[in-house]
Design a protein around this ligand. Structure first.
Ligand SMILES: Cc1cc2nc3c(=O)[nH]c(=O)nc-3n(C[C@H](O)[C@H](O)[C@H](O)COP(=O)(O)OP(=O)(O)OC[C@H]3O[C@@H](n4cnc5c(N)ncnc54)[C@H](O)[C@@H]3O)c2cc1C
Length: 377
């Protein structure tokens, strides 16, 4: 068993680190989903752009997630209506649908090889009393003209909410693929180049200072002085299994939706990756090896409660890793210029849509567009 992300366990040629001072229009700190999106859109918009990363591209949460490109927020739509009001909830939700479709268009128009699939997702009622939660959720989504249907899946037949348009991909291939397209368009990327400090126009790294017209900070769950104002950092545990046999994978008792997650507090997210399974659940912020083993056991048990196959003995974990999430207190991402530079925060568990979206919106604001109110500080 390897203690690294399954997605990062692929060959990679590193970019050089920064060894001299640079001048540029835009410098982006952090080559995760958000930073790569901001850098891609910036260079495509004609700005001279530099992207720096303290490690390598997609080594943060971008390389540690489930690769699920899904509509929705950190909360159910019913809850979003309560918290934001109907109009804003509809706008916030619709923007996640637009972001998912925008990700699809980025992949298609740039031919990014990232194992993309329109696999669909299922939201599963964990307990019989949660069936009404799903029905209320579906009804509220239908009232707002969002699609979805309740279908029985799993054994014994459980109610699930199917969103057929949700997608899955290989997150590292996607983010690195997008960075490569941006590099071809003129982006300069420096890896192993931490920002030691930054202000409105300057970023200091160990071997060079970058002077820029605009500084963009996209380091998400890595603390800045604003983090505590906007979100709570949480840790997630992720597992990928060894490939299951063809019999076991075809006997898995759900045929619609390549991925699922469930209602209630014992949350897990699951998806297929070929014949392997990805499983993910929460863990405490600073887990010991014992905590990791306990959490691994619990996640597998929760998964097995939904399916009859495979047997526990046939589920061998090949990769285990943890990653951080910044859960935004306001349940949506946003862009702030409170300190003069631009900070992009709060993608929560939906970075593959939110991060791409706010990176794009930021650059549109450089071109004179207004950042939508719901994403403003
Ligand atoms: C286990 C797990 C499962 C998840 N599943 C999903 C999923 O299925 N779908 C989904 O949409 N989202 C999922 N997420 C959430 C998603 O991964 C995050 O929302 C997303 O990665 C945030 O993107 P980001 O670019 O803002 O941050 P990151 O991807 O964390 O990128 C920040 C980058 O900044 C770099 N950095 C930090 N400090 C500095 C510095 N001082 N100088 C230079 N660089 C710096 C880091 O090294 C990192 O590369 C999951 C997250 C986890 C942990």
């Amino acid at each position: 068993m390897k203690n690294i992300s399954y997605w990062l366990d692929i060959p990679y040629t590193s970019r050089p680190s920064l060894k001299q001072d640079r001048e540029t229009d835009v410098v982006v700190i952090g080559a995760g989903i958000t930073g790569v999106s901001a850098a891609y859109h910036s260079v495509k918009a004609g700005f001279k752009t530099v992207l720096i990363e303290r490690d390598v591209i997609a080594s943060g949460s971008a390389g540690k997630n489930g690769g699920m490109v899904v509509e929705g927020l950190a909360i159910d739509f019913v809850e979003a209506e309560k918290q934001f009001g109907k109009e804003q909830a509809i706008e916030a939700w619709q923007r996640t649908i637009d972001a998912r479709e925008y990700v699809v268009s980025l992949i298609e128009s740039n031919n990014i090889a990232c194992d993309f699939s329109r696999s669909g997702s299922l939201y599963v009622a964990s307990e019989s009393q949660d069936i009404s939660t799903l029905q209320d959720e579906l009804q509220a989504r239908h009232h707002a003209n969002f699609i979805g249907e309740i279908i029985p899946q799993f054994e014994p037949k459980k109610d699930t909410l199917l969103v057929a348009n949700d997608c899955s991909l290989h997150p590292v291939k996607f983010v690195r693929g997008l960075a490569e397209i941006a590099e071809k368009a003129g982006l300069s990327v420096y890896e192993q180049t931490p920002a030691l400090s930054f202000d409105v126009h300057t970023v200091t790294t160990p071997h060079g200072i970058i002077h820029a017209k605009k500084v963009v900070v996209a380091i998400e769950s890595n603390k800045t002085d604003l983090t505590e104002n906007y979100g709570i950092i949480k840790r997630e545990l992720a597992l990928v299994t060894e490939p299951l046999s063809d019999e076991d994978i075809s006997a898995l008792s759900w045929d619609k939706g390549g991925m699922f997650w469930n209602t209630g507090n014992n949350y897990i997210a699951v998806r297929k990756i070929g014949n392997r399974l990805f499983l993910n659940g929460s863990i405490n912020l600073n887990p010991s090896e014992k905590d990791l083993l306990n959490a691994e056991e619990k996640i597998i048990e929760r998964f097995l409660a939904f399916v009859q196959n495979p047997s526990k003995e046939n589920l061998a974990v090949s990769h285990r890793w943890t990653g951080l999430l910044l859960y935004p207190t306001r349940n949506r991402p946003f862009i702030t210029q409170q300190n003069g530079y631009y900070e992009l925060f709060g993608n929560g568990g939906n970075g593959l849509t939110n991060g791409i979206m706010i990176g794009k919106l930021l650059v549109e604001s450089f071109l004179g567009e207004n950042i939508p109110d719901i994403y403003q500080d």
